[in-house]
Design a binder for this molecule. Structure first.
Ligand SMILES: [Ca+2]
Ligand SMILES: [Ca+2]
Length: 429
């Protein structure tokens, strides 16, 4: 007679919170009949009972995991020792809402994520958007585009999760420690390309194990850039009760801009001329609407347009230079646009000028004066100017207002009107 050895099989029902609402008896039908056939007279000490739990109403059976090899349903257990099987019942659709937002930008060249994020249309002007029903974008749709998929993952069970990114071409996978996008950090990336759902080509595709808490939602973001050839992007995960698989829609919900976090952008205009400032996205048309509220974190691009007879002299405040001005609305921002009269073009010298360099010293008169300098002027100012006004090259200026323009003879001319103090000065640097 061969030996007869019996081992016990224990079925543990491991469920997420929604399962706990179900009567326990409804979730056990598989256990009684399958837990005992290991008591056998077979010549070998092994039997292979199949455990197939049935999901309770309102739940879906996700997977079975234990020291029994690959999870699955049914799972087959070879009874070589006492064995505990854990069955995870995941509530149907009670965490995620089933979709996640995908935005895409067409006609953007380059194979790296940076070639998307440095594009002027990113992030505020996507070509289009759609809702995905899993964390996987379309495959082989076109060339020279980028995409951003973002929203939240809803882990069904607390525990350690590992993530994988597949992407063609480059891709970044970011995950936050909460639902706050500001806390998102890159956890995996592809810096060349992979085939669709190819999870093991690059070490960088795989994240570390990350502990997530059931009932919480975590901001997740995929940045993806396709140059030419094949294109795809997808994210898989593996965690308690979840075999390595593309993240399904019932664990996802689309990005929602947090309420009450708008920031105010204020535009001021100064200078001797006139013009308008407009924004993208819309909101500022200054003009008359010189202040607007934007969602926190949005990038706003301001464009200045000088009126006829004026020139745009540049930005101060949250922007510098004379090009378009882009501000990130992570806080309230203020920008000043300077428009000056263009003065018909040629700066006009004043009469009987005194040539100086650096500083005029005291005017030594309460009367009007004319000074000039051949030096390059990076900045300038006035002292003890009470009552006086100043023009530069014949154009009205407030003290220190840039730019200033040299006349044809190579000198910059400063003309001050009469004032209260003879010790007034002009200084330049
Ligand atoms: Ca392509
Ligand atoms: Ca490609």
């Amino acid at each position: 007679m061969g030996r007869t050895v019996a081992f016990g099989l224990t079925l543990v029902l491991y469920s997420a919170h929604a399962y706990a609402q179900q009567p326990p008896s409804t979730a056990k039908p598989a256990a009684p009949s399958t837990a005992k056939p290991a008591t056998t007279t077979a010549p070998k000490a092994a039997a292979s009972p199949a455990a197939k739990p049935a999901a309770a109403t309102g739940t879906t059976f996700s997977a079975t995991s234990a020291n029994v090899g690959e999870p699955g349903n049914p799972v087959t257990i070879k009874m070589l020792s006492n064995t505990t099987v854990t069955a995870n019942f995941v509530p149907q659709g009670s965490q995620g809402s089933g979709t996640i937002l995908r935005e895409f930008w067409n006609n953007v060249t380059g194979s790296t994520v940076a070639s998307l994020t440095s594009n002027a249309a990113y992030p505020n002007s996507p070509t289009g958007s759609e809702q995905l029903t899993s964390l996987e974008g379309p495959t082989n749709v076109t060339d020279n585009y980028g995409s951003r998929i973002r929203g939240y993952i809803h882990p069904p069970i607390s525990g350690a999760y590992t993530f994988w990114l597949a992407s063609d071409d480059g891709g970044d996978l970011l995950l936050s420690t909460s639902d706050n996008p500001a806390s998102a950090t890159r956890i995996a990336f592809v810096d060349s390309w992979t085939s669709p759902r190819e999870w093991t080509k690059l070490a960088s595709q795989k994240s570390a194990a990350i502990n997530l808490v059931a009932g919480q939602k975590y901001y997740i973001e995929v940045l993806h850039k396709e140059a030419t050839g094949g294109d795809n992007v997808a994210v898989a995960w593996q965690g308690p009760g979840i075999a390595l698989s593309v993240i399904a829609g019932n664990f996802l919900s689309p990005f929602v801009r947090p309420a009450g976090t708008n920031q105010t952008l204020t535009v001021a205009k100064t200078g001797t001329g006139t013009g308008t400032v407009t924004s993208a996205p819309t909101g500022i048309n200054c003009g008359s609407t010189c202040s607007a509220s934007f969602a926190s974190g949005v990038s706003v691009t301001l464009t200045a347009a000088a009126a006829s007879g004026s020139t745009f002299a540049g930005w101060t405040g949250a922007c510098t230079g004379t090009g378009t001005c882009t501000v990130s609305m992570s806080a309230a921002r203020s920008v000043t646009a300077t428009f000056n009269t263009s003065g018909g073009g040629t700066p006009t010298p004043c009469s009987n000028p005194i040539t100086f360099s650096g500083s005029t010293g005291n005017f030594n008169t309460t009367g009007a004066v004319c000074y000039r300098t051949a030096a390059t002027i990076n900045g300038w100012g006035c002292s003890s100017f009470d009552g006086r006004t100043v023009t530069v090259g014949g154009e009205a200026r407030t003290c220190g207002q840039m730019p200033v323009t040299k006349s044809a003879d190579g000198f910059t001319y400063f003309s001050a009107t009469a004032g209260a103090f003879p010790w007034a000065t002009i200084f330049t640097w």
